[in-house]
Design a binder for this molecule. Structure first.
Ligand code: NAD
Ligand code: MG
Length: 390
């Protein structure tokens, strides 16, 4: 039976890998319902034509005319603006790939969840800024959430879901990023180019910077807590530079199960796209005789304070994770524009967290979408204020 698929964030790095797999599948396996993008009208139009999409949504109205011109004479329907992303996500389909970056993906991803079908979740910021709300919506709609983030996909693959008491802890692996061995002095002077050069994974710009600060692992810690209903103490992080073991689950009897593979996102994406079956992915195969070593280190939260900040935000609960995420998005954007230094990123995040926690003690948890959006906006404004004060 043909699987009807929507890809939110089709023009990004996860979008590329998803469209690559769909393009390789046999005729009739997948039909594209909707594709979305932020600004890249050309790529969105090309994909829509190549994959015979029914609907496309572009978030940024400034590129609407370009998109319309490129799709004139085709039968592809066009939607413009953030509401069109929600419209795209609401069109009935069997599987949605949620691969928009950042909190901008929250509303469309919730609309996809509300369909009650399969959702491949790449967008971790959704869970960080609105974890309780998001998981409640998943339960209410009866949706099947298939984690695409490689660590969470690994855990999903090896977690004995019917015997949760047997699980001792989840162990998230981290590559350590491009600055794993950098001295504190060196971290003060690293550039945007250095930070974008990830040693093992090829990803979009924002997540590459998050990987360099280790905020990515912090966001993933919070993501894992919500996805697998674990507290902070039940989730450890270990640096594993080769990115071959994608994460592990330790059981009470001492067994540790891991999922391994080449660092290529097409493996977890194929897992989600094909679930519950396995589909082929054209990734490099592990050649165990050629692997010279698998090494592991404790993460250094002195040099990489973002991981500590994320764990503290998870433990404080309430508004903490949403504020952390919003401040981080603003700080990373500023670093990518080269207006702040690398180590200013955790500095800005920590200052905003302290500001909000002093004001509210993080006691109030955002429970509605409006609460989340209001808090996200306020934290972004506070972060912009901190950038100016640097
Ligand atoms: P990317 O920057 O390459 O692509 C992001 C996509 O979102 C693009 O299609 C872009 O058009 C769209 N987008 C950006 N801003 C938007 C906005 N304001 N409104 C609507 N659409 C917008 O990002 P990516 O690396 O593909 O990452 C996507 C998500 O997947 C992130 O949440 C990331 O953390 C997660 N993820 C990515 C990887 C990876 O290998 N790239 C691995 C694990 C998890
Ligand atoms: Mg990951």
């Amino acid at each position: 039976m043909t699987r009807r698929v929507t890809v939110l964030g089709a023009t990004g790095s996860i979008g590329d890998s998803t469209m690559d797999l769909i393009g390789r599948a046999d005729e009739g396996v997948f039909q594209i319902v909707a594709l979305t993008a932020n600004t890249n009208a050309q790529k969105l139009a090309d994909l829509a034509i190549q994959f015979n999409a029914e609907f496309v949504a572009l978030a940024d109205p400034d590129h609407a005319d370009d998109l319309r011109a490129r799709l004139s004479g085709t039968s592809v329907e066009i939607g413009i603006g953030p509401e069109a992303l929600v419209e795209a996500a609401s069109l009935p389909c069997d599987f949605t790939m949620a691969a928009i970056i950042g909190a901008a993906g929250l509303e469309p991803t919730l609309a996809a969840v509300d369909q009650g079908n399969h959702v491949g979740l790449a967008n971790k910021e959704c869970l960080v800024c609105a974890g309780d709300l998001f998981m409640n919506r998943v339960a209410k709609a009866g949706a099947t959430l298939l984690p695409v983030d490689s660590e969470h996909n690994a855990i999903f693959q090896v977690l004995e879901k019917d015997a949760p008491k047997g699980v001792k802890r989840l162990i998230l692996t981290a590559s350590g990023g491009p600055f794993r061995e950098a001295s504190p002095g060196k971290l003060q002077t690293v550039t945007r180019k250095d930070a974008l050069a990830h040693p093992t994974w090829d990803m979009g710009a924002k997540i590459s910077i998050d990987s360099a600060t280790l905020m990515n692992k912090g966001l993933e810690l919070i993501e894992a807590a919500y996805l697998f209903d674990r507290s902070s103490e039940g989730i450890d992080v270990i640096v594993h530079p080769q990115s071959i073991i994608h994460s592990m689950v330790e059981y009470v009897d001492g067994s540790v199960l891991s999922q391994m593979g080449s660092p290529d996102m097409r493996t977890p994406i194929a897992y989600a796209l094909g679930w519950p079956d396995r589909m082929a992915a054209p990734v490099a195969r592990l050649d165990f005789a050629k692997i010279t070593g698998l090494t592991f280190f404790e993460p250094d939260t002195e040099r990489f304070p973002a991981l500590r900040l994320a764990r503290e935000a998870l433990e404080s609960g309430g508004q903490g994770p949403c504020v952390l995420n919003a401040a981080n998005e603003i700080a990373v954007e500023a670093f990518l524009k080269e207006t702040i230094k690398f180590m200013d990123i955790p500095k800005v995040v920590e200052a905003v967290i302290n500001e909000f926690s002093a004001a509210s003690g993080f006691s109030v948890s955002p429970t509605t979408l409006d609460d989340v959006l209001t808090l996200d906006k306020a934290a972004r404004q506070a972060a912009i204020g901190r950038l100016k004060a640097l």
